[in-house]
Design a protein around this ligand. Structure first.
Ligand SMILES: Nc1ncnc2c1ncn2[C@@H]1O[C@H](COP(=O)(O)OP(=O)(O)OP(=O)(O)O)[C@@H](O)[C@H]1O
Ligand SMILES: [Mg+2]
Length: 255
């Protein structure tokens, strides 16, 4: 579904990523972790075609990303960015409808399908009860759920999320990541998420990539990546990684 081949990137000659290669399959939930400044957001920007790599190529559905236009990319992939500007005064419903852009022949015509997708997206994210409210009056967490609803309305095959739970409380963190996981497992969507919370990553992702020193420092299933040794190397902290019976997943405790 998505292949990242030998990507290198820099900002003003300063290298940020070097020789990054990996592949994500249909129905897989991949987590990208790594310390602040490791290049996670840069990698997502390259994967969405927002930033061009210095070397390498991203392949989407077997096609070179660089050969696709924005609308073609948006037909396949939706993004929940780390921070996003939403123009004030738009209602929640307006913003979710914006997700339909790649499917619309004309900006001024809303079809039955658009309405259905918007309704479904709002229902899944529990945002329908504030559909008429202007987005600038929402709390940070509510706004984040609206951005996720917009991405779902796009009906993507690939969903990219940059720290989607950063402004959510514990209940909403669980709900949103549970929703992404359901979309992956039941609808065969591919999800790629940057996340700082290692315990949430361990719980919801199938596989992890740990970025450190411009490279993929470790990749694999949770227990291969979340080792005390890897975490010490990448984050410079002492940790204990233990299987937690209560939730049925590995959990990281920092000393
Ligand atoms: N537009 C830019 N111009 C110059 N340098 C940049 C730019 N964007 C990012 N960088 C630098 O590139 C490096 C990687 O940034 P990036 O945002 O990809 O990190 P990150 O892993 O997402 O970090 P965080 O966990 O803090 O979000 C950082 O050192 C950052 O300062
Ligand atoms: Mg980032």
């Amino acid at each position: 579904m998505l292949q990242v081949k030998n990507i290198s990137a820099s900002y003003q000659q300063r290298p940020v990523l070097e020789g990054i290669s990996f592949q994500v399959e249909d129905g897989e939930f991949l987590g990208i972790i790594g310390p602040n400044g490791a290049g996670k957001t840069t990698l997502l920007k390259i994967m969405t075609g927002v930033k061009s790599p210095l070397t390498g190529e991203v392949m989407l559905d077997g096609k070179k990303m660089s050969s696709l236009c924005r609308k073609e990319i948006a037909m396949i992939m939706a993004v929940v960015p780390q921070s996003s500007f939403i123009p004030p005064l738009f209602t929640v419903e307006d913003v979710v409808l914006m997700g339909r852009y790649p499917h619309q022949k004309s900006r001024f015509v809303t079809t039955e399908e658009d309405i259905k997708a918007v309704e479904e997206a709002m229902q899944k994210t529990n945002t329908s009860n504030f559909r008429q409210r202007p987005v600038n009056e929402l709390s940070g967490g509510e706004r984040q759920e609206v951005i996720i609803a917009r991405a779902l309305a796009q009906e993507p095959k690939i969903l990219l999320l940059d720290e989607p739970t950063a402004s959510l409380d514990i209940k909403h963190q669980m709900r949103i990541l549970g929703l992404v996981r359901t979309l992956v497992k039941e609808n065969g969507i591919t999800a790629i998420m940057v996340i700082h919370d290692l315990n949430l990553a361990a719980r919801f992702c199938d596989r992890l990539i740990l970025l450190h020193n411009q490279k993929i420092y470790a990749q694999g299933v949770i227990k291969e990546v979340l080792t005390s040794q890897n975490l010490k190397e990448a984050y410079e902290v002492e940790t204990m990684v233990e299987y937690n019976d209560f939730i049925g997943a590995l959990q990281v405790v920092v000393k």
